[in-house]
Design a protein around this ligand. Structure first.
Ligand code: UT7
Length: 327
């Protein structure tokens, strides 16, 4: 029988600074009405200048460690999902390892944009099911405010900063991750990307002038692709787990746009009351969305042992990911 992995505890961290839509009205040509009606976002959190992805990831991790009642030195592996690493290398996971004192842990980052956390969770599940590791810290952390073009109203209203974390373990009797689906379409790299800063387009004064070091997105194309891919992936994970949508207590979708969530819910024929939504307060925090939403659901006492959850995400790459897990 497969050695299962399940979530022992969760944690999250959101910077205290709130950037409300009204403030954005003073920065670019936009309105609260447009942002709210087109996205559902009211406000987002912005990290301080000296507060980095690893700081937020470490805060979320420390909470998960405390709530799980474990010693950081018992952690075998840290996987951090992020597309806003502190440094290109060393990995953000290494920075976090030092900050939380998880001196025994191996550490690496995963980059699958907004799908990163679920890619990381599934990777961690493989290490546990193979019997190699017992305790893994999985983090999604982003400082998206550092890669947003604050002059581009098409994108700057959408994103926010934050971090979430889970401790994954094999626990006898707990079924945990039941199924997953991961996918990518590398033919669509151009519709959501940061063109410069890698070896393809090195940073030069001209490149910086053109603001190519920031997120660029064809919103409409990404929107359509997201709805289709999230539905397909969710169905795949449900089928692999042998579950019907009506058995799922909580759907945790990627928090990009309320209209995307509405379309996914409608296609799955599931009422919105079964969907966890916090994008109104945090906007799109990319890889951090899933663990933050999971942690808030957990802290609100809305998770009972045996509950089934479906998490589904979508992002640059293009990438998508989903999992059905038993709490
Ligand atoms: O996490 C990764 C995945 N990302 C996503 O899933 C994002 C997917 N895309 C979306 O959520 C939506 O496409 C957006 C929210 C980005 C845009 O909504 P839309 O309904 O697709 O609007 P649009 O891009 O077609 O723009 C409609 C109009 C345009 O004006 P014209 O050309 O019709 O005159 C835009 O220039 O709205 C304008 N617009 C704005 N107006 C006021 C775009 N951004 C803004 C803004 N404020 N912030």
């Amino acid at each position: 029988m497969r050695r299962t992995s399940s979530i022992l505890s969760t944690g999250a961290y959101l910077p205290s600074r709130v950037l409300a839509n009204a403030e954005l009205e003073k920065m670019v040509e936009t309105t609260n009405e447009w942002i709210l009606s087109r996205t559902g976002i009211r406000e987002r959190r912005i990290a301080d200048e000296g507060e980095f992805t690893s700081d937020m990831g470490a805060r979320a991790a420390e909470q998960a460690i405390e709530l799980g009642g474990i010693d950081p030195k018992s952690i075998d592996l840290i996987i951090c999902a992020t597309c806003t690493p502190d440094t290109i290398f060393p990995s953000t996971a290494c920075h976090i390892q030092h900050k939380i004192g998880a001196t025994r842990a191996a550490a690496f980052d995963i980059q699958a944009a907004c799908s990163g956390f679920l890619y990381a969770l599934v990777t961690a599940d493989q290490f546990i099911s193979s019997g190699v590791y017992q305790t893994i810290l999985v983090i999604g952390a982003e400082k998206l405010s550092s890669i947003v073009n604050w002059q581009d109203r098409n994108t700057c209203v959408l994103f926010g900063d934050g971090a979430g974390a889970v401790i994954l373990q094999h626990r006898p009797g707990a079924r945990g991750v039941l199924s997953f689906d991961l996918g990518a379409d590398g033919a669509q790299t151009e519709i959501l990307s940061i063109p410069a800063g890698g070896c393809r387009v090195p940073l030069t004064p001209e490149v910086l002038d053109q603001r190519l070091q920031f997120i660029q997105m064809s919103g409409k194309e990404v929107f359509k692709y997201a709805v289709n891919a999230m539905n397909r992936s969710a169905e795949e994970s449900l089928e692999k787990a042998g579950c019907k949508p009506e058995q799922i207590r909580w759907f945790i979708p990627h928090q990009a746009n309320q209209r995307i969530v509405d379309a996914v819910a409608q296609r799955m024929n599931v009422g919105l009351e079964h969907f966890v939504i916090n994008l109104d307060r945090y906007g799109n925090t990319s890889a951090a969305c899933m663990p933050i939403a999971l942690h808030e659901t957990n802290m609100a006492g809305k998770l009972d042992r045996g509950d089934l959850l479906l998490m589904v995400s979508f992002g640059g790459g293009l990438t998508w990911a989903s999992t059905v897990l038993e709490w």
